[in-house]
Design a protein around this ligand. Structure first.
Ligand code: CP
Length: 304
């Protein structure tokens, strides 16, 4: 494995292999065991957009494996503000680090970065494009909770237009054979190419605007926030903000085994009183970023 840019680059077998490796990392991820398999290695962590989970779980993963991290979170104190290009930034950091984790507001930025890097690039989210490592931790959580990755009825709810996590996840789930329902406010529907892919592979369930239409048959309710920062017009954002409220009443309408996931951050789309329900898995999901990213880093940097 070299670059990790898109879920399209990962076969079902490769995904299972990463999840199995992540499983075996759990004790180290929790700090209950020690590993130094990336001792002497450096990760370049360069985030042009805000992040809490992705950046910190990559840092935790690298630290848990005995490696070190350099980088920046926000460009204010970097030469990007002087006008340095992404290409030159990547050239520099690739000389300082053994792999680069990149988050950037522009779709396609991670792919572009591969052209200028001597070390592996890991896409930590490129605009409204993809977020492949989030998808891997989502799949890890689904397998952990449901015991399988196939034959599930998954309802993706929220901003399906701009939400990169749901783009990556829809493609990845389709590698295993599932049914996907697409629930979004008007104007924030899933991009046509993703819908066509689901239709062609016979995995398209229902598209609708109201979660109540799918809740009774849903195994996994995957909720996303409305991506305010991607709206060209703030007035359009205000029209759809707060459109969905996932509350205990709605969650209780799902099957007993249903789980609720969210890549986070949530704004107000899941009410805090859902947190205590056994269906709420989004904080466990966020922790799973550590073992999954440990597995990826060990493969990409350590070659193991
Ligand atoms: N899920 C996710 O990407 O969260 P952050 O934006 O906090 O990294």
């Amino acid at each position: 494995m070299r670059h990790v840019i898109s879920v399209h680059d990962l076969s079902a077998e490769a995904i299972i292999d990463i999840l199995d490796r992540a499983e075996s990392n759990l004790a180290v991820a929790r700090g209950e065991a020690v590993s130094d398999c990336l001792s002497g290695k450096i990760l370049g962590s360069i985030f042009f957009e805000p992040s809490t989970r992705t950046r910190l779980s990559f840092e935790t993963a690298m630290n848990r494996l005995g490696g070190r991290v350099i980088g920046f979170a926000g460009t204010d104190a970097t030469s990007v503000v002087k006008g340095e290009t992404l290409a030159d930034t990547i050239r520099m950091v690739s000389g300082y680090a053994d792999a680069i984790v990149l988050r950037h507001p522009r779709e396609g930025a991670a792919k572009l970065a591969t052209e200028f890097s001597d070390v592996p690039i890991i896409n930590a989210g490129d605009g409204a494009g993809q977020h492949p490592t989030q998808t891997l931790l989502d799949l890890f959580t689904i397998r952990q909770e449901m015991g399988r990755l196939e034959g599930l009825n998954i309802s993706l709810v929220g901003d399906l237009r701009y939400g990169r996590t749901v783009h990556s996840l829809a493609y990845a789930l389709s590698k295993f054979g599932n049914t996907l329902n697409l629930v979004s406010p008007e104007g924030l529907e899933m991009p046509a190419e993703v819908v066509e892919h689901l239709e062609e592979s016979g995995q398209f369930g229902l598209a609708c605007h109201n979660p109540e239409e799918v809740i009774a048959t849903t195994d996994i309710l995957y909720v996303t926030r409305i991506q305010k920062e991607r709206f060209p017009d703030p007035v359009e954002y205000k029209k759809v903000a707060g459109k969905y409220l996932i509350d205990p009443e709605l969650v209780s309408q799902g099957p007993d085994h249903m789980i609720v996931m969210h890549p986070l951050p949530r704004i107000n789309e899941i009410t805090p009183d859902v947190d205590a329900m056994p269906q709420a898995k989004y904080f466990a999901q966020a922790f799973n970023g550590v073992p999954v990213r440990m597995a990826l880093l060990a493969m990409v940097i350590g070659g193991v």
